[in-house]
Design a protein around this ligand. Structure first.
Ligand SMILES: Cc1ncc(COP(=O)(O)O)c(C=O)c1O
Length: 355
């Protein structure tokens, strides 16, 4: 074949999303989805929207969703942009701010899509390792970085950075600070006010986790109107379809539903955290809907991941030096977590080549 990709595209690895099993029957604790259904208002809104109007393009500005978001969060719609999931907003940020050889700085390990998006732009990622306790690394603020990206709560650690620390970072960096709050509804704190108070902070929220809408692809970005204006220049014209706009607005109109589910998940998370040492894993403190757990005896957690998968329980394993002794476990229902813990307990029973 004589097709010629751009050099950086030819060289890079594509992003590898978490596994979505093609057969039913898995306890799925690997991609941080919500185990509870979305608000019934979402289904009603989708059905109401699925009529003759599907012939017509959707509203390019997703006004119905942004107006509802303005009400829910008390933020002017001029400071809000809608995305086809946070991944879409992250791609807009990369397009708008990162050119060839421009730098994005982030603490690592973190969401690996950041790296991929920067590589697509031909930019470079400055990776600053988190210390062992996953507090924000001191060396993160880099003069050369056009974008500093912090997931808080972070994936895969589940740990959060206090808002005061993020505010200080926003003052230190030269470019924009992006706070990816995909998991903020499961946390004690939010940096959302910073999107108001500073002109260089973008806060991202997704509907994939707390709102139980990973299948719809809906997210919001909050920032100074000038930043929103710039992001609008690079966004796909019709990035949210009609059904997603309606679903997102309906989900936001029933915030109590989301909050009830988030509270249940936080309770189950604490049960999981308390039980993990009894099955040989040390949990990191989590502010999200998953827990990173390190094998107390050291060594790789891959056999445990594989043995659980053979029992149709999917958790996330990362084959990297820093994470090879860890499993990342999404918080499912109480029953799912009980099934996981029972399976992990069995794995510990002594047998030749036991785990
Ligand atoms: C930190 C972080 N940001 C963003 C995303 C993607 O969210 P969305 O489904 O809205 O694209 C994820 C998904 O797992 C994530 O962990």
């Amino acid at each position: 074949m004589t097709v010629t990709f751009r050099r950086n595209i030819a060289r890079m690895e594509g992003y590898a999303p978490g596994e979505q099993p093609q057969t039913p029957g898995f306890v799925k604790l690997n991609t941080n989805e919500n185990p509870y259904p979305p608000s019934p208002r979402v289904r009603e809104a989708i059905l109401a929207e699925a009529d003759d109007r599907l012939r017509l393009y959707p509203d390019p500005a997703a006004n119905a969703l942004r107006r509802q978001a303005a009400l829910t969060y008390g933020i002017d719609p001029s400071r809000i942009i809608a995305g086809n999931g946070s991944d879409d907003l992250l791609a807009m940020i990369a397009k708008a701010f990162i050119g060839e050889r421009d730098a994005m700085a982030c603490p690592t390990p973190t969401y690996t899509l950041y790296d991929t998006l920067v590589a697509i732009q031909g930019g470079k990622t400055v990776r600053v390792p988190f210390p062992a306790d996953y507090s924000l690394p001191k060396a993160l603020s880099r003069k050369e970085a056009r974008v500093t990206m912090v997931a808080s709560p972070n994936s895969p650690s589940g740990t959060a950075v206090p808002t005061a620390v993020l505010a200080a970072l926003a003052d230190e960096v030269r470019g924009v600070l992006v706070v990816d709050e995909a998991y903020a509804d499961f946390a004690d704190d939010t940096a959302l006010p910073l999107a108001h108070e500073r002109d260089n902070v973008i806060v991202l929220r997704t509907f994939s986790k707390s709102f139980s809408l990973a299948g719809m692809r809906i997210a919001l970005g909050f920032a100074h109107p000038k930043i929103i204006e710039g992001l609008n220049k690079v966004k796909d014209s019709y990035n949210l379809d009609r059904l997603s706009i309606a679903a997102g607005a309906a989900a936001l109109s029933d915030i109590a539903w989301m909050e009830r589910n988030a509270a249940r998940i936080r309770r189950t998370r604490e049960t999981l955290i308390a039980a993990l040492p009894s099955v040989g894993y040390e949990p990191y403190p989590s502010q999200s809907n998953f827990v990173l757990a390190r094998r107390a005896r050291g060594g790789t957690a891959r056999p445990a991941y594989e043995a659980l998968k053979a029992k149709k329980i999917l958790v996330r394993y990362f084959d990297t030096p820093r994470l090879a002794d860890c499993l990342r476990i999404s918080v499912g229902t109480d029953d799912e977590i009980a099934a996981l813990l029972a399976a992990m307990r069995k794995l510990r029973q002594p047998r030749p080549g036991g785990l």
